[in-house]
Design a protein around this ligand. Structure first.
Ligand code: DX5
Ligand code: ZN
Length: 216
């Protein structure tokens, strides 16, 4: 199965954001993955609403916004207005996840749930048929360029089983350390969407790297 590719703009050259977005527009990328970090939920700060709006101004691909923030409910509307088509919140950051998912849908966006490496996919059993995407973190969130965690493969297979069992239409997205070595294994385990930051932007030809990630 051909995966959807979501290059993470976190690894782009922020001084040339328009150029980077135009490169993604011209590529085979399916989404633009936008990583929002608040310095509280994760030990790093990336960028926020005005930069997301600036990306949206030039983007011809849907924005897949990954909120690595506490109290995401306070910012859902702002990110939707800034152009988010998919909004993913962290399971670990949401006390009332069902309510948060309802709020995202009410805004007309697709709702995703991201899970940290220590969080079991089985915990999603009661919510899986209400969501559009599960983002399995294959690194500890907070930074690009980290090493892929190997037990992700088994999480993908178990999540795929859960999705089939619950007749859910949720897509499985993998985020962190994705490259050409692990991509085929992730796809055969059941992954639908691959996020790739440094592997794409640090390559000599990002457009060709995106095409290569879609070639399985
Ligand atoms: C990590 C972010 C990822 C990151 C991926 O906290 O959620 O989306 O940008 O970057 P790479 O592909 O470099 O691991
Ligand atoms: Zn991300």
């Amino acid at each position: 199965m051909i995966p959807l590719i979501a290059p993470s703009i976190l690894a782009a050259d922020f001084a040339n954001l328009q150029k980077e977005v135009e490169m993604l527009n011209a590529s085979q990328a399916d989404y633009i993955h936008v990583d929002i970090m608040d310095g509280v939920f994760v030990p790093n700060i990336s960028f926020g609403i005005p930069v997301t709006e600036a990306i949206q101004k030039h983007a011809e691909k849907p924005l897949d916004v990954h909120l690595m923030i506490v109290n995401p409910d306070h910012y859902l509307e702002a990110f939707r207005n800034a152009g988010a088509e998919i909004i993913s919140v962290h399971y670990e950051a949401c006390t009332h996840l069902h309510r948060t998912i309802q709020a995202i849908h009410k805004l007309g966006a697709k709702a995703g749930v991201a899970i940290n490496p220590h969080t079991s996919v089985e915990l999603l059993g009661e919510i899986i048929d209400h969501i559009d995407l599960v983002c399995i973190m294959s690194v500890n969130p907070g930074f690009g360029g980290q090493k892929f965690i190997q037990n992700t493969y088994s999480k993908v297979s178990r999540l795929k089983e859960l999705i089939l069992q619950k007749h859910s239409s949720a897509k499985i997205e993998i985020d962190g350390g994705v490259n050409l070595e692990n991509a085929p294994k992730l796809i055969s385990a059941g992954a639908d969407v691959l996020v790739a930051g440094s592997f794409v932007f640090n390559s000599s030809d990002p457009g060709a790297t995106i095409a290569a990630l879609k070639s399985f």
